[in-house]
Ligand binder design. Sequence first.
Ligand code: GDP
Length: 364
Amino acid sequence: GFKTGIVGLPNVGKSTLFNALTRTAAAQAANFPFCTIEPNVGEVAVPDPRLDKLAGIAGSKAIIPTRMTFVDIAGLVKGASKGEGLGNQFLANIRECDAIAHVLRCFEDGDVTHVEGRVDPVADAEVIETELMLADLESIEKRLQNIVRKVRGGDKEAVQQERLLKVALAALEAGRPARTVEVAEDDRKAWDMLQLLTAKPVLYVCNVSEDEASEGNEHSAAVAKMAEEQGAASVVISAKIEEEISQLDADEAEMFLSELGLEEAGLDRLIKAGYKLLELQTYFTVGPKEARAWTIPTGTTGPKAAGVIHGDFERGFIRAETIAYDDFIACGGEQGAKDAGKMRAEGKAYVVQDGDVMHFLFNA
Ligand code: GDP
């Protein structure tokens, strides 16, 4: 599955947010830096109203949303790249994630200690980014040394690696994160394998106070500007509100949201933004037993998409019977779509589209 690491300075609201996300009390929030030390992992259902509509039409007994994984990576502080504040473990945890959700404190509250003694989310972002850049610099220098002999021996992979490492090094030395480097399609795989921390896509999560959740504030506006300059994304959220909503049932939550003038829970927006950031999309399988959503990267072809369900589906892939979501709805379901000639037989080269309702045929 796809993993997003939640990072940020201590006391910015990471655990509160993670708890709300996963609706567990596992990650205890407390007004004390370093309170969450173990990385906490949680699975989150990706909200998608299309799935309920499909299930309604097909009379599916069960509805199974697709899921995303969030990891609460606590304790990243100034000096982390030097191994201070349990730094190295945290950096290793970030390395394993596909994307970073960077929580920034945009709320004023004299009762909650700020590690730097002031509210300045743009400066906070720089503190963390600097640590990640220092960690990347160190690992690049190590790796360049380690492949010297292979490069001399003419090893093609090593030569490519060295070239990419040097490009990343130049960016970092100029003060730019590795995600600002433009990578050629042919280099994409090797580049991803470098697993540079600052190459991962970043979503800034502006944690504002309860009464600013709909509009944000001057701090979140400054973050949005920074994000745009960096090619990153940003969302405004109130972790406190999300925490409260996570304890309500669906009807109560809707009422609470409308009282606050909010259309959609911040967590739904956060999950969607994460999905977009990772360039993921959804296809569906729909039947009387269950309606289910599956996650694939944008651009995935038929067999690979089938492989998300089961390896055998990919290996024995023959073809996919496909109905676009809009056609499925407009025709009142699978039979209607079939009758209207809207069910297509698609082969191995078919690029699955967001919302496709798929039925795979394969050799067992
Ligand atoms: P972490 O160290 O980043 O995981 O931060 P926590 O989630 O443990 O939160 C630290 C403290 O800030 C806790 O006392 C939270 O209740 C409080 N807190 C978190 N979000 C908000 C917020 O939006 N507004 C206010 N006033 N307090 C918050």
